[in-house]
Design a binder for this molecule. Structure first.
Ligand code: G4P
Length: 529
């Protein structure tokens, strides 16, 4: 087996999806402990915070108690390399989160055992489903009163239309929570032995009828466990690796992240069963296999102005194929230019390190001055346009004006950069001097105004507009598209890439346009190329 194949096989690149408060941060911290990371995830965050402490943007973030910035944590456990991509939890930043999900091979869905499936979880799950991504479920907070485990399984099955199969099964809950029975490995894991950094190794049993279970669990709970397991085996399908990889079945773990309970089983499950880095599609060459020796990958996220004094940006680049070495020169597919990667960054949980080498599934941070955009491909030779990195139709649109009219050009530059970073959609109408800014969550306007003021020194005002929606327009016939654009000049705009956008004042106008121009496609989502 080649080194490339070995490195691909041992990599797991994943994200955690959840509703705020379900326990994602706590679970992340515990996962990092297994990876031998010296610092806790919270400290990793804190260092980033200090770096940006002077930015007022961070104040918005701190006041709201939300995490705007997402990052990458890489750690090794049991011979495997895990890349955990953090996703901003607040729903106002979901567009960023959605894009992070294009750069992972699987996801962990964390549910609060008392709440089941909540709004944000459902939305994020739908994004995973678009890519048929394998999802592993972790039901958290079993140390509190929770919903009945069967009810929880039923909720997942009904609400997300997924087959469910428990891997571990809880024994009691709340104050009576004793631990879990691991159905795949026939092991009893006890919570009282799991306190601290070293969780219980587990007691190996010969199935749930093993008499030695009585040494650990009170009789009434043991009886209930045996009944439950019998029911599970009757009601739930057995774990099926292919169904999991196809995204139609989710293995379910129960636990309590704060007690570091059930986390190791989850991590080992990801290690053993979650997919290794997979194939990504391109316009030019179809699927690119990770074992293709030529380096390729794409930018899925830009984080700008980490230091407000310098216009630095980090492009987060997902390796798709080949072996990357520091100092490599890669071709930028959008412009054809060669980019020298002499100071790329790896995100090891302990610290940020210069990347000497990286393999498919790894994430590299590439410092740059704005030449890299979301969706851009970098390759060792070929021109490749990766597909499937979506731009979402804005749900809220406002106009923006500089407080000082002399600063219109500066504002334009700031908006262009923020749009390239993926912070918002920016539309410049064909007629008129104002700009439209579209976002997925309302809070983004506030964050943007703050950033434009502090990072670009342009105080500006966002104002509501009566615009109903903005949709991208496409047509296979260039002449027909041009005719549509000419006929609708007063309602046309361009996005930051120069793509034509139709601004609809109300739903009737949009419907009428669709009716009058049947060949034109009106798109809510635009894949970046
Ligand atoms: P999030 O990132 O998904 O938003 O959730 P986070 O980990 O911040 O957890 C949200 C709250 O739930 C925190 O409490 C955390 O301590 C608690 N929590 C996480 N896992 C468990 C668990 O297994 N059992 C119980 N009982 N609680 C859990 P908080 O009071 O909001 O914050 P803190 O003061 O504890 O930091």
């Amino acid at each position: 087996m080649s080194t490339l194949e070995k490195e691909v096989n041992r990599r797991r690149t994943f994200a955690i999806i959840s509703h705020p408060d379900a326990g994602k941060t706590t679970l992340t911290e515990k996962l990092l402990l297994f990876g031998g990371a010296i610092q806790m995830a919270g400290e990793v965050k804190a260092r980033g915070d200090r770096r940006r402490a002077r930015s007022d943007w961070m104040k918005v973030e701190q006041e709201r108690g939300i995490s705007v910035a997402s990052s990458v944590m890489s750690f090794e456990y049991d011979g495997r390399m895990f890349n955990l991509l953090d996703t901003p939890g607040h729903e106002d930043f979901s567009e960023d989160t959605y894009r992070v999900l294009t750069a992972v091979d699987s996801a962990i869905m964390v549910l609060d055992g008392a709440k089941g499936i909540e709004g944000q979880t459902r939305k994020l799950f739908e994004v995973c489903r678009l890519r048929d991504m394998p999802v592993t479920t972790f039901i958290n907070k079993l140390d509190r009163e929770s919903l009945d485990p069967f009810e929880l399984l039923d909720l997942i099955e009904q609400e997300l239309a997924l087959d469910v199969t428990p891997v571990t099964w809880p024994i009691g809950m709340g104050r009576d929570f004793k631990g879990c029975y691991d159905l795949l490995n026939d092991k009893l894991i006890l919570i009282e032995k799991s306190k601290g950094d070293k969780p219980d190794e587990g007691v190996v049993c010969e199935g749930v009828d093993d008499p030695k279970l009585a040494d650990y669990i009170p009789e009434h709970q043991l009886e209930k466990l045996r009944e439950d397991i019998e029911m599970v085996r009757e009601l739930c399908p057995a774990f099926d690796q292919q169904a999991y990889l196809d995204g139609t079945m989710t293995p379910v773990y129960f636990g309590s992240a704060i007690n570091n309970f059930g986390v190791r089983e989850l991590l080992e499950g990801i290690g053993e069963r979650a997919p290794k880095p997979g194939v990504y599609n391109t316009v030019e060459k179809g699927g690119i296999d990770p074992l293709d020796p030529k380096v390729s990958g794409f930018v899925f996220k830009i984080q700008a102005n980490m230091d407000p004094k310098h216009r630095d940006r980090i492009a987060f680049f997902r390796m798709v194929s080949g072996k990357f070495k520091r100092g490599m020169k890669l071709k930028h597919s959008r412009t054809g230019k060669i980019i020298n990667l002499h100071n790329p960054v790896l995100f090891l949980a302990q610290d940020r390190e210069l990347a000497e080498e990286a393999w498919p599934g790894d994430i590299i941070g590439i410092p740059n001055h704005g030449n890299l955009r979301i969706g851009d491909g970098l390759t060792d030779g070929d021109t490749l346009s990766f597909t499937g990195i979506p731009s979402f139709a804005p749900e809220h649109i406002q106009t923006v004006r500089p407080e000082d009219p002399m600063k219109a050009k500066h504002l334009a530059k700031a908006l262009q950069q923020l749009a390239e970073e993926g912070a918002a959609s920016v539309f410049k109408p064909t007629i008129g001097s104002e700009w439209y800014v579209g976002v997925v969550g309302m809070l983004q306007f506030e964050v943007m105004a703050d950033r434009i003021r502090t990072e670009y020194d342009v105080p500006c005002r966002f104002e509501p507009t009566s615009l109903y929606t903005a949709v991208w327009v496409e047509c296979d016939d260039k002449h027909k598209l041009k005719k549509f654009i000419d006929d609708n000049r007063a309602n046309m705009a361009e996005d930051h890439n120069g793509a034509p956008v139709f601004l609809a004042r109300n739903s009737w106008r949009l419907d009428k346009a669709k009716e009058d121009y049947p060949e034109v496609r009106f798109l809510n989502t635009r894949e970046q190329t």
